[in-house]
Design a protein around this ligand. Structure first.
Ligand SMILES: Nc1ncnc2c1ncn2[C@@H]1O[C@H](COP(=O)(O)OP(=O)(O)OP(=O)(O)O)[C@@H](O)[C@H]1O
Length: 477
């Protein structure tokens, strides 16, 4: 309702020389308690009220009595151009804005700008209805704004910017180094990526690095662990739900992880554990980039890149009909397999150095390194839990060592009987040197803004040697 909608037209007016009889007829046509009295030219002269009429009838005045001596000449009016000032209008009703001898009134006459001619009337009832409507709309708008702000806040809180970049992934092993080079290329596209590998090999780390190297790095990185959420909750967790979608659902509905990942990356961890019905729904989202909230009727468009990870052999699950073949192909556009740590033992010393630095900060310890004995044991241990297990062993050892070097006695009991293979036993020196060389070349290329002649000069090598190394180390530039 607009303010002008609350102004009502007068159904009837009378002239000063009208009789009581005319006034009774006019009043009966009119829902209001007043009749404006106007001259022949329509100029407002005053008002004749229902109570006056009743008094005259009670006094048994003849029906041909003229109303001229009986109407009020002092009238509360508001000119049209001030009519939109609701506060002023309200003041008129309460009598607070007026210095006249009227008490509280229930109608305000609206005139044209000159204040002489009648435009309509506003009743107290109409104004209250209008104000109630406005406050209801305002309440709704405020509620919607509040909800949007809370949702945005939640989104921002959940907007986990990825923590790790490829630079932080240790890639001294040629296989990992090659994988990182390929991943840097794959990250730039929006295609779906599947990361496979044993538990604890760093699949989630890798997914973070892919996100950070992509054009979506500024957007959210949202993780859903498909194995950790009970199946009946997983669907609403993904798609969110609309107002009152099911018993117990919040009245206002809820955004799902897909909404939250809009503009960024959705990481589906343990995808092999996803139920068949959800597999079909996710497949549809991947194909159509649209979805319905649980209980919703409107399609929601999303722009997400999906990275999925699993430590299960998805191909076997497909063969066993436990995982949809079409979803498998849809996810498997680009595939990376994280090698188990036992196949990249060269990285163990660097990982240990990394954990010592990282954990000294969180544990507030002053560990300076690891003894040859302890390192030899770790190099010989099979590490079935991969990097996660190595990190846990280091955390425990650092708590016991507190400062100085970690020694054999700081390692868990189960490792005490592992044969010491010596720290250098499986470290491939060349691999370490080559990794460093590759890093230096990348840095020089970055400093030279991709100009190879300038990079070669910085590195003190010929252009042809630089080209050879770029090819050898599979450096993209
Ligand atoms: N390149 C790395 N450098 C240092 N630490 C790493 C690296 N990769 C993984 N980690 C450590 O190993 C732990 C396990 O990594 P992550 O969770 O990525 O493994 P995952 O393969 O996803 O495991 P799961 O299959 O059990 O989910 C991490 O918490 C992290 O501490």
């Amino acid at each position: 309702m607009k303010p002008k909608d609350i102004m009502e037209p007068f159904q009837a007016t009378i002239h000063p020389d009208s009789t009581l009889d005319t006034a009774i007829k006019a009043m009966s046509k009119c829902r209001l308690n007043i009749l404006p009295v106007t001259d022949a030219g329509g100029r407002l002269l005053g008002i004749f009220t229902r109570s006056m009429l009743l008094n005259l009838v009670r006094e048994r005045k003849p029906l041909d009595t003229e109303i001229k001596p009986h109407f009020y000449r002092q009238v509360v009016t508001v000119p049209e151009d001030e009519f939109y000032d609701v506060e002023k209008l309200f003041g008129e009703f309460l009598g607070t804005k007026r210095n006249t001898n009227f008490g509280k009134i229930s109608t305000v006459i609206v005139t044209d700008k000159s204040g002489e001619y009648l435009s309509g009337v506003v009743t107290k009832e109409g104004l209250i209805q209008y104000l109630m409507g406005e406050s209801f709309k305002l309440k709704k708008r405020l509620e919607a704004a509040l909800e949007a702000t809370q949702e945005e806040l939640r989104r921002v809180k959940l907007k986990q910017h990825s923590k790790y970049s490829f630079r932080e992934l240790l890639d001294s092993t040629p296989s990992v180094s090659r994988m990182v080079t390929m991943a840097q290329k794959a990250a730039r596209q929006s295609s779906t990526i599947l990361i496979q590998g044993e538990s604890g090999t760093g699949k989630e780390w890798f997914a973070h690095a892919l996100h950070k190297a992509s054009q979506r790095a500024g957007g959210p990185f949202i993780t859903v662990n498909c194995a950790a959420i009970p199946e009946h909750l997983l669907e609403s967790e993904f798609f969110g739900y609309d107002e009152g979608a099911f018993t117990g659902a919040s009245k206002k509905g809820k955004f799902g992880k897909l909404d939250m990942a809009h503009g960024g990356t959705l990481f589906l961890d343990e995808i092999g554990d996803m139920s068949p019905s959800l597999q079909s729904k996710i497949l549809r989202v991947l194909q159509e980039k649209e979805f319905y909230r649980v209980g919703g009727t409107e399609k929601v468009f999303v722009d997400v890149r999906v990275i999925a990870a699993t430590n299960q052999p998805l191909e076997t699950l497909v063969a066993q009909k436990k995982f949809r073949e079409d979803l498998f192909y849809r996810l498997n556009v680009v595939n990376f397999t994280m090698p188990p740590l036992r196949d990249r033992r060269e990285d163990i010393p660097s990982l240990i150095d990394y954990f010592i630095k990282e954990l000294n900060q969180t544990l507030n310890t002053g560990v300076t390194g690891i003894s040859d004995d302890a390192l030899g044991i770790l190099m010989g241990y099979r590490l079935p839990g991969n990097i996660r297990e190595l990190r846990n062993i280091m955390e425990r050892a650092m708590i016991f060592a507190e400062s100085g070097k970690i020694t054999q006695t700081d390692l868990p009991d189960k490792l005490q009987s592992v044969p010491n293979r010596g720290p250098g036993a499986v470290v491939n020196m060349m691999a370490v040197v080559e990794r460093k060389e590759r890093e230096i070349i990348i840095e020089a290329l970055e400093n030279a803004e991709g100009n190879k002649s300038r990079a070669a000069k910085l590195l003190g090598m010929s252009r042809s040697t630089l080209y050879e190394k770029i090819r050898k180390f599979d450096i993209s530039c």
